[in-house]
Design a protein around this ligand. Structure first.
Ligand SMILES: [Zn+2]
Ligand SMILES: [Zn+2]
Length: 285
């Protein structure tokens, strides 16, 4: 199919949204034009040939969190040549690096909202908790992060955009799943042997047998609760209790003012240029 307005429409839609489910993409396309002669896969293939020189790519993948087929817009240019595309300030990049490092080095691959905003204290540049909360909101909308009631985890976009980069630049921070051998962005470290496993892989395994797949130690739900708590050190627990009120104030303040925060952020390319070493502490170490 000749590259035309339907391709441009699809590219614009995905680039502006970051991530769209396959079901919604098909619906949007049908509303835009009846009887399209190509499948989404074919359109994506044509678009990818066009945008490759700009180190951008559209990828069809499964969202580990929702188990839904999604289409993701990826900016893959992290090298010196493309740094000019980067609209993150140096400060924002510094925060993003610290955040990823924290998420990837907890046994549950997620951190609480309070912990996330408190990371500003680890930064060299001056950056307020309010600034951090605004960015966290923007990154959630862009699907660089996912958030449930209390925790942040890496979103489907960060997972696909950063996989190659993390393997190259943060090899000590990543671990492969003991079942499928892919990097674990959403998962746990076994409390007994410390090996990593995806949440999805673990759940599938547990349907058959109630043991950890890595070392066959008995599994119980309470171990996951325990791991979720261990994501924070004792001091952080204390801080978290003391600061939860302050945190709520930060969240409320940002929610009031963040209406137009994401203007012009669609082409943001977070870049992690410093090598980060693993800081996770295992029980068996
Ligand atoms: Zn796995
Ligand atoms: Zn184990």
């Amino acid at each position: 199919m000749i590259y035309g307005h339907i391709h441009q429409f699809l590219l614009r839609t995905i680039a502006s949204r970051g991530v769209i489910s396959m079901t919604e993409t098909e619906k949007i396309l049908n509303e835009f034009e009846a009887n399209i002669q190509a499948s989404v896969q074919e359109l994506v293939k044509d678009i990818n040939e066009k945008i490759k020189p700009f180190e951008q790519m559209i990828k069809i993948a499964t969202d580990e969190f929702t188990v839904e087929e999604v289409i993701i817009f990826l900016s893959l240019g992290y090298d010196d040549a493309t740094k000019s595309q980067n609209v993150f300030s140096a400060t924002e990049l510094e925060y993003f690096r610290i955040l990823i490092e924290q998420i990837m080095t907890t046994a549950t691959r997620q951190i609480t909202g309070i912990h996330a905003v408190n990371l500003v204290s680890k930064m060299k540049s001056s950056f307020t908790k309010m600034d951090a909360q605004k960015l966290l909101n923007v990154w959630c909308r862009m699907r660089y992060l996912d958030k449930d009631d209390t925790n942040y985890a890496l979103g489907v976009r960060a997972i696909h955009e950063f996989e190659g980069y993390l393997r190259q630049n943060m090899p000590d921070t990543i671990e492969e799943c003991c079942l499928c051998k892919q990097i674990v962005f959403r998962g746990y470290n076994c409390p007994a042997c410390g090996l990593a496993v995806h949440t999805q892989c673990l759940n599938r395994y547990l349907e058959k047998v109630q043991k950890w797949p890595c070392c066959k130690v008995e599994f119980s739900e309470s171990q996951l609760d325990q791991l979720n708590c261990e994501g924070l050190t004792q001091t952080q627990h204390l801080e978290a209790t003391q600061q939860s009120e302050e945190y709520n104030t930060v969240v409320e303040a940002v929610c009031d003012t963040s209406g137009d925060e994401d203007q012009g952020t669609q082409e943001i390319i977070p870049e992690i240029s410093q090598r980060i070493t693993r800081k996770r502490k295992r029980q068996n170490d």
